[in-house]
Design a protein around this ligand. Sequence first.
Ligand SMILES: *[C@@H]1O[C@H](CO)[C@@H](O)[C@H](O)[C@H]1NC(C)=O
Ligand SMILES: *[C@@H]1O[C@H](CO)[C@@H](O)[C@H](O)[C@H]1NC(C)=O
Length: 245
Amino acid sequence: MKMVNCALVWHLLALLATVRAHSEKRAAILARRMVNLQSTLHFNSLRSNNVPVSMAEYYVASDSCPDVEGLFDNGDPVLLLSKMSTSYKNWHENGTVTMTIEKPTLHYDGIMGKPRGVFFGKLKKLELSSEDNKRLAAHFLVRHPDARHWLPGSDESHVHDTVWFEFVVESVYFIGGFGDRAFIGNISGDVYHQDLRDGESYSCNHMSSHDYTFPVEYKQDISALPDESFFGRFFQAFKNIVMNY
Ligand SMILES: *[C@@H]1O[C@H](CO)[C@@H](O)[C@H](O)[C@H]1NC(C)=O
Ligand SMILES: *[C@@H]1O[C@H](CO)[C@@H](O)[C@H](O)[C@H]1NC(C)=O
């Protein structure tokens, strides 16, 4: 009896591992879409007294800036930080920072059921040619028209101390939401960065300001995914329970 149980457990674990690899990729697709559709994040940093603080910052996904040399369509968020900001100062003091991004809720329909993630990695200062600086600024302004007042090197700029950064994602702790489709766990940097546009894409590359007012993908992101097998869904549910979510 004990032997049978043991075999069953091993079998379950092996299945779980397979399901997990599969769902990590699906989670990565969801995470990339979320990062593409969103444009503000919470910048989590440490004060000098080690107290964590979180500030809202603007970003644009590198996937939305395909014509900028030095960016790689890999889902890394690109931020514009003022050297006077708390986020910049804390990062300058202590490079330990993370980003939190979540899918906004249109109405009160509960953030607990929505995708969200903590992004681990390193902030890298971008050195861009003046042409690329302009291209990046154009993409950034589609999402953040008000940022025209503090673009780096802009004549119009009232603030002359802003810097472009790429947040190089090393891993993501992703929570897909509740239910049978939700993935909760780590996505590795490699899986997150790979080209995930097979068939159904998270195509936001050619997003104009018009598209942004009402992103078509907004409602499709989860339903557009292929259905998982019964076992996939069963183990997903099982994992959610095991992980006490
Ligand atoms: C950042 O702060 C943490 C916590 O105090 C510390 O362990 C780490 O060494 C600091 N890193 C740097 C680069 O100062
Ligand atoms: C995710 O990775 C972190 C750091 O490697 C680890 O501490 C954590 O337990 C992992 N979480 C899950 C759910 O695998």
